[in-house]
Write a protein that binds this ligand. Sequence first.
Ligand code: PNS
Length: 160
Amino acid sequence: MHSVVAIYPGSFDPVTNGHLDLIERGSNIFGRLVVAVLRNAEKDPLFSLSERIEMLQEATRTYPNVEIDSFHGLLVDYARKREARVLLRGIRAVSDYEYELQMAMMNRKLEPQLETVFMLPAIQYSYLSSRLVREIVQLGGSVNGLVPPAVEQRLRAKVV
Ligand code: PNS
């Protein structure tokens, strides 16, 4: 396992404590964990790509085997380029399962050598999502304990 490169892909708009929980779990298992931020999402992100990368870098500084990168195009092509054997995804609740199953099966069809590995975040993050975090801050609520303090500050700066 310790020579295995795993990719943890996502939008990370912004990174939450749920993502960080999964990054910690992944970094304990895999030799190298590449957190890959999706570039060019058709959805209009709140944070630019470089802001999302910066927040991830700040929050993962203490993990020597974690790297932050970005990708565009097919995830399987990026994984091949990075010589990764694993795609890491988190499943919070049963509601995530259907979408994740579809993606994992399609990625397997595209690249049978690449294995999708699912991990469960800590229970206190099982209801947490970047979308809800954005919405709460935009509506004036507190996301204390759900995102790193630096991310909360950047969120507040966006909505003033
Ligand atoms: O943060 P998200 O929205 O859960 O991440 C979704 C992501 C980035 C993993 C997915 O949209 C993706 O892999 N996009 C890259 C394009 C691609 O490979 N599409 C086919 C997937 S089966």
